[in-house]
Write a protein that binds this ligand. Structure first.
Ligand SMILES: Cc1ncc(COP(=O)(O)O)c(C=O)c1O
Length: 463
C-alpha cells in the first residue's frame, strides 16, 4: 500500500479540505481545534485522544440535508436523510444529527439500543443488517422503528411472524444488489453478484411478491448501497437506472413510494483527495432517477439517502504523542523515518483493514526543519499497524511531540478494538471553546474486569 506523496512546500500546513474548519495554528505554531490548543487537550484528557468538532458535524448534517432536499424538491419529491450510525455512534452524535433534522440508520440491536437510549424518534429510524436476529427484529418492531430493510428470504418470514405476533404492521424495504460497485473514482458493474448483502435484481420480484402476501408487512421500496468513499455520480447513475427498471415493474402491481440509494459519499483524507461537493452528488443522483422515471413513464418516488462518513469524517482529529523515532535504510538508498505513537490500529483500524491513507501534522509546534518522509506507526504487535503510511513531517519530529491525524471522525471509534489489551481512548467534543468527554476512555481495569479468571484486579488503584 506504500505511496510516496510529493514533498509539500510547508510540512506544517493544515490543508483546508482535510481538517475541520475550526482548525488553525496559534501565534506559537500550535494546532488549535475549536479554540483549544492541542497541548491543553493533552493535558486535560491525555493521549491518544479522539476529538470531534460538534459544530462541524452539525453544520455538515445541515448541509447534507439541504443538498438532498433541494435535489429531490426540484423534481417535486421528498428526500429523507438517514445518518448512517455505523460511521460514529454515540448518544451525543445521535442528538446533534437528529436536532439538525436527520433520521438515523442502525444495523444491529446494539446500535438500535444506543439510538433509542439517546432519544432518537423510533419512527425516524431505519434498521439494516444481513443477519438480524429474531431478538433484534422484535426489539425494532416493538420500539416502532420506521422501516426495516429486509436482506434475505428467511428474514421476510422471520419478521412477518414477529410483526404478526406483536399485532404491528411493519413498513419494509428490500435491499437489492444493483450489480454496481463503486470506490472513489471508479465503478464496476456486473450482472451476477457474489456477496452477502441483499437480493439480486432477478430475485427481488419474488421477494416483493411474498412480502405483499403477508398482512403484517407493508412493502415501501427498494434499497441499494453501492460502496463507500465514492467521489463521482456515475456509479449512482448506473445503479439508479437498474433500480428504476425494477421499481417500475413493482409499481405496476401497487405503489412503491420510496427509493433508498444508501450512502458512500466520499471525503478528503489527504490533500490529493478531491471529493465531489455534496450538492453536486445529490443533484446528479436525483436527476438520474428523474430521467429514468421519465423514460419509463412512472412517477418519481421519494428518495432516501444514508450518508455516514461525509457527516462526521472531517470533524474528527486524533491526537497522539510520539514515543520513539527511528531511521530505516531502504533498498533504493533512501531512508524512512518511523515515528511511533501511543495508539495505532486499536483506535484506527482502517489503514490495516483497507490500506486507507491519512495525513498527519506536528500539533504541539511548528518547525522549519527540512521535511522528512515518515511512516507513522502504532504500538501494536503487527507490522501492518500503520497510522499514516507516507507523510512529510518536519525532520526534527521527536519523542514528546504531539501528532494530529485529521479526518478520523468516521469508522475509527466504530472499528476500535482492545488489541494487545490497549484501552480505547476517550472521545471529547468541542463546542464554544470548550471540550467535554462524550465517551469516557477505558482503563486497564475495565479490560481486566471482563476476565472471569481474575478475582481481583492486580492494577487496582493504578489504572
Ligand atoms: C447500507 C449502508 N448505508 C450507508 C452506509 C454509510 O456509508 P458511508 O459512511 O460511506 O456514507 C453504509 C456503510 O457501510 C452501508 O452499508
Amino acid at each position: 500500500m506504500s505511496t510516496r506523496p510529493d514533498a509539500p512546500d510547508d510540512a506544517n500546513e493544515l490543508v483546508e479540505t482535510v481538517w475541520p474548519s475550526s482548525a488553525t495554528r496559534d501565534e506559537r505554531g500550535e494546532i488549535v481545534l475549536g479554540g483549544i490548543t492541542a497541548s491543553a487537550l493533552r493535558e486535560e484528557f491525555g493521549t491518544p485522544l479522539w476529538v470531534v468538532d460538534e459544530d462541524a458535524i452539525r453544520a455538515r448534517a445541515r448541509q447534507a440535508l439541504a443538498a438532498f432536499n433541494s435535489a429531490a424538491g426540484r423534481h417535486g419529491v421528498d428526500a429523507r436523510v438517514y445518518y448512517a450510525g455505523k460511521a460514529l455512534l454515540t448518544a451525543e452524535v445521535v442528538r446533534w444529527v437528529t436536532q439538525e433534522g436527520l433520521a438515523v440508520d442502525v444495523c444491529t440491536g446494539g446500535e438500535l439500543a444506543l439510538a433509542l437510549a439517546a432519544g432518537a424518534e423510533p419512527a425516524r429510524l431505519g434498521f439494516h443488517g444481513n443477519n438480524k436476529s429474531a431478538y433484534e427484529l422484535e426489539a425494532a418492531v416493538a420500539a416502532g422503528v420506521g422501516s426495516i430493510v429486509i436482506d434475505s428470504p428467511i428474514e421476510i418470514e422471520r419478521l412477518a411472524a414477529i410483526a404478526e405476533r406483536l399485532g404491528i404492521n411493519q413498513a419494509v424495504l428490500i435491499r437489492v444488489n444493483s450489480g454496481v460497485h463503486a470506490e472513489t473514482h471508479d465503478f464496476l458493474a456486473t450482472a451476477h453478484e457474489d456477496q452477502k448483502f441483499g437480493f439480486t435484481l432477478a430475485d427481488a420480484p419474488a421477494a416483493v411478491a411474498r412480502i405483499r402476501e403477508l398482512s403484517s408487512l407493508t412493502f415501501i421500496g427498494l434499497h441499494c448501497h453501492i460502496g463507500s468513499q465514492i467521489f463521482g455520480t456515475a456509479g449512482f447513475e448506473e445503479s439508479a437506472a437498474r433500480l428504476i427498471e425494477l421499481h417500475a415493474e413493482l409499481a405496476e402491481a401497487a405503489p412503491v413510494p420510496v427509493l433508498n440509494l444508501g450512502g458512500g459519499f466520499g471525503i478528503a483524507y489527504t490533500a490529493s483527495d478531491q471529493p465531489t461537493p455534496i450538492e453536486e452528488l445529490a443533484a446528479g443522483i436525483a436527476d438520474a432517477v428523474a430521467r429514468e422515471c421519465e423514460v419509463r413513464g412512472i412517477a418519481m418516488p421519494n428518495l432516501a439517502f444514508e450518508p455516514g462518513r461525509t457527516i462526521v469524517g472531517r470533524a474528527g482529529v486524533t491526537l497522539y504523542e510520539v514515543g520513539t523515532t527511528k531511521t530505516v535504510n531502504l533498498e533504493d538508498g533512501a531512508t524512512r523515518l518511523y515515528v511511533s505513537v501511543d495508539g495505532g490500529m486499536s483506535d484506527n483500524a482502517r489503514p490495516a483493514l483497507y490500506g486507507a491513507q491519512y495525513s498527519a501534522r506536528l500539533a504541539s509546534r511548528i518547525s522549519d526543519a527540512d521535511p522528512a518522509l515518515v511512516r507513522v506507526v502504532g504500538k501494536h504487535c503487527e507490522s501492518g499497524d500503520i497510522v499514516v503510511d507516507a507523510e512529510y513531517l518536519p525532520g526534527d519530529v521527536a519523542p514528546g511531540d504531539l501528532l494530529a491525524v485529521p479526518a478520523t471522525g468516521a469508522y475509527c471509534f466504530s472499528l476500535a478494538s482492545n488489541y494487545n489489551f490497549v484501552p480505547r481512548p476517550p472521545m471529547v467534543a468541542l463546542r464554544g471553546g470548550e471540550a467535554r468527554v462524550i465517551v469516557r476512555g477505558e482503563t486497564i481495569n475495565d479490560l481486566l474486569s471482563r476476565d472471569a479468571g481474575l478475582t481481583e484486579s492486580p492494577m487496582e488503584g493504578i489504572a
